[in-house]
Every structure is written in C-alpha cells, then in structure tokens.
Write a protein that binds this ligand. Structure first.
Ligand SMILES: NC(=O)C1=CN([C@@H]2O[C@H](COP(=O)(O)OP(=O)(O)OC[C@H]3O[C@@H](n4cnc5c(N)ncnc54)[C@H](O)[C@@H]3O)[C@@H](O)[C@H]2O)C=CC1
Ligand SMILES: C[C@@H](CO)CCC[C@@H](C)[C@H]1CC[C@H]2[C@@H]3[C@H](O)CC4=CC(=O)CC[C@]4(C)[C@H]3CC[C@]12C
Length: 369
C-alpha cells in the first residue's frame, strides 16, 4: 500500500470501532496512516467522541450497524480497500446467551467475509484472541509459547469457541476470489489480555477496591503468570498489518500472529496492581486468602445464583468457574513472528504503557469524586 500514487486514496473500515480496542485502532489510523482518505467506523453503538474526529483532513464516516445483519455489513464494506474486524461480543461472565455470542462473533465474521467477497474488498484483518489457543478446559499451562507451540486447544465456553470458529473462517477465506477476480488476503491477530485506557475490567476492579475501603484481596497465587499487552501496541499491530498485507500477501496471508509487547509476566492480580497500586489500592495477602476449593465453591455458587436470579436481574460477577480457571492458569506468550514477518516493534514501552494506564485510572478517580 506504500504506492505514492495511492497517497490519501485508501478507504478503511473498522468494525467495532467504538469499543475499547476499536477506538484505539481508529485514533491510531488517523495519526499513523498517511494514505487514508476515508475512515468508516461501524458499530452497534456509536460514541459521541466520533464527532471531534470529523473536523480533520480524513473523512470520518460513522455507521451505526449490526454485524449480524449481512446487508448492513455489505453496505458498509462496499468500496473499502481494507477491513479491520474488531467487533465482537467479549463476554466470559454469562451476560449474554451462548447463541448471541455465536451469532455476533461467528455469523458476524462470516458476514464480513462474504461482504468482502461480494463487493471486491481484498484485505481483511481479524482481531482474534489468545483464547483461541487457551487456557484449555484442563487448565494446562502455556509457558512462553509462540504460534507453533503445541497445545491442546479444547474449549467449552461460548466465547473461546466462537473466537476459534471465527478465526478458522477468516483463515480459510484467504485466497478466495473477490469481485473482480483478485484473491482475498486475510490474517488474524491474537492479543493476550489487553489493558490500557478504557479497559472495563480494570475499571470494575478499581471500583471494587474503592468499595472495599481501598483494598483488594489476593485470590490467585502470585506464581501464576499471564501475558498482557498494552492496547496502543495492539492497535499499532493492526495498523501495520493492514498496511503491509498487500505487499507481503504471500507471507502474511492466512497467518495468525500473537499480539505481544514487553509488558512483564505477572499474575492477573499483581499485574493490575501495577496501575491500581499508584492509585491508592492495596492487594492484601502474599498468598491467596481463601483456599482454592472454597473459590471453586463460590464460583459454582455464583453460577447457581446467576441462574436463579435471571428472571429478576442480571447477576454477572467477575468470579465464575471459567474466569477462575483462566486467572489460575499460566498463559504467557513469547514470540517474534510479527517482527520477522512485517517489522512489528511495540511503539509504547512498558514504562509508557504503565504511565498512560495509571493516568487514565487517576482521571477516573478524579471524575468519581
Ligand atoms: N479485551 C481483551 O482483553 C481482548 C479482546 N479481544 C478481541 O478484541 C476485539 C475487541 O474487544 P474489546 O475492545 O475488548 O471489546 P469491546 O466490547 O470494548 O468492543 C467491541 C465492540 O464491538 C461492538 N459490537 C458488539 N456487537 C456488535 C454487533 N452485533 N455489531 C456491530 N458492532 C458490535 C461493540 O459495540 C463494541 O464497541 C474483540 O473481537 C475481542 O474478541 C482479543 C483478545 C483480548
Ligand atoms: C478470580 C478473580 C479474583 O480476583 C480474578 C478474575 C480475573 C478474570 C476476570 C480475568 C482473568 C483472565 C482474564 C481473561 C484473559 O485476560 C484473556 C481474555 C482474552 C479475551 O479475548 C477476552 C478477555 C479475556 C477472556 C480476559 C477476561 C477476564 C479474565 C477472565
């Protein structure tokens, strides 16, 4: 896409462009993609912040739409050079039915692929997830693994099942002929747990800590390591892949890449404390305060309560058997595939990612007072 004749000629579509990751991708594209002429942002819920983007040199088109509606997707995709498909239902708390998760994540992705084929869009970047690999239902550790590390990827939960199916659709679509006869080039990015400005679960932990008098209680051993990645680096990898897909189609087409950076490997709770600590919260206990069997019991109790209360209200706490298993299983990625294939280097260092996230939590604190 680096052809100078194409300067400011490209039309990009970002699905889910008003979500946590999507907003960072949108802002990154406007800052870092000089060839952009029009940026279409497709989302079920459009954010008010989009208005401020409309005054810049790039035409910003906000499209309120639903990825499960094939005709809405096709209308949005028509004429786009590149689609970055981040829209998805991220629900591991039982807020939505498994059928809805499947409909949005799998059928929605199928609609995006078909729209590319029917309208002649050649480049599709899909936001997959580390969850496509694991942790699996056996809770086996994945330690410093890369894209080729053997691992028994077996899932039962609707979210990872849906991401795995959607990723497979995207990869299988690589090479399909689009309108005009040229081949579709697709690629899937698998972020580990994303953090940064706008992260809802971090917000939930912060507010929980405030309610508990500035304390959070350790539930997971510090020895369980998670790989996490800063949202700005994930956004940059999407922008770079979108830019490089045309010139490196033979190498990158149909490939998966973990999304990684230099954030330290830590337990989920210890990692969150890197940001919540400087904002006045304290993690109580050097070891889990409750025995694991009791956590398992409480997680199962939460499932029962969710089911019993469903006719009255939505009860969706952070702790359930799936999130407990996730939090309690080591899953760390160590790879350089994205660097080798398309020159990815994380633009935000760990120090900068940390500082930006702390500032965001502090601003939240200010607004809460
Ligand atoms: N948050 C994380 O730690 C990770 C997220 N991912 C993936 O990244 C992508 C973005 O996730 P987040 O930004 O965290 O989630 P998010 O919930 O903040 O953003 C998703 C966006 O998709 C939109 N959306 C949902 N259903 C839609 C529909 N039917 N039609 C159109 N738009 C719809 C939502 O309105 C939202 O703006 C997802 O595909 C997710 O699976 C992957 C790895 C880690
Ligand atoms: C037992 C609790 C005590 O404090 C801690 C519960 C933490 C969980 C809510 C999180 C632990 C691991 C997280 C997931 C992980 O980061 C990978 C993910 C990838 C995605 O694609 C979507 C989000 C998530 C499933 C993420 C969700 C929250 C956790 C389960």
């Amino acid at each position: 896409m680096a052809d100078s004749a194409q300067a400011q000629k490209l039309v990009y579509l970002v699905t889910g462009g008003c979500g946590f990751l999507g907003e960072h991708v949108v802002r990154m594209l406007l800052q870092q993609e000089p060839q952009l002429r029009e940026l279409r942002i497709f989302d079920l819920h459009l954010g008010p912040w989009l208005e401020e983007l409309k005054t810049g040199p790039v035409q910003v088109t906000a499209i309120q739409g639903d990825v499960t509606q094939a005709h809405e997707v096709a209308a949005a995709v028509a004429g786009a050079h590149v689609v970055i498909h981040t829209a998805g239902l991220v629900d591991v708390f039982g807020k939505t039915s498994p059928e809805t998760i499947h409909e949005v994540n799998v059928q929605g992705t199928r609609n995006v692929i078909e729209a590319c084929v029917q309208t002649g869009t050649r480049f599709l970047v899909y936001t997959s997830s580390m969850e496509v690999v694991g942790p699996n239902i056996k809770g086996q550790p994945f330690y410093r693994g890369n894209e080729n590390t053997p691992y028994e990827a077996v899932h039962r939960h609707p979210y990872p099942c849906s991401k795995a199916l959607a990723e497979q659709l995207v990869l299988e679509a690589n090479g399909r002929k689009v309108l005009g006869g040229l081949p579709l080039v697709t690629c899937a990015l698998r972020p580990t747990g994303i953090y940064g400005e706008g992260h809802q679960i971090m917000r939930d932990f912060y507010h929980q800590g405030l309610r508990l008098g500035g304390r959070l209680f350790r539930a997971i051993p510090a020895s369980v390591e998670h790989g996490r990645v800063y949202v700005g680096n994930v956004a940059w990898m999407h922008v770079l892949v979108a830019r490089e897909l045309e010139h490196r189609a033979a190498l990158m087409g149909g490939q998966v890449y973990f999304c990684y950076d230099n954030s330290p490997y830590k337990s989920y709770e210890d990692f969150n404390m890197e940001f919540l600590g400087p904002c006045g919260l304290r993690l109580v206990g050097t070891r889990p305060l409750l025995p694991y069997w009791l956590l398992v019991f409480l997680a199962a109790l939460n499932v029962l309560l969710q089911w019993l209360l469903r006719p009255l209200l939505l009860y969706a706490p952070l702790l359930n058997p799936y999130t407990l298993a996730m939090a309690n299983t080591t899953f760390t990625v160590s790879t350089d595939k994205a660097r080798r294939h398309f020159g990815y280097e994380p633009p935000f260092s760990w120090e900068e990612s940390r500082t930006r996230t702390i500032r965001w939590v502090q601003a939240m604190e200010g607004s809460a007072q």
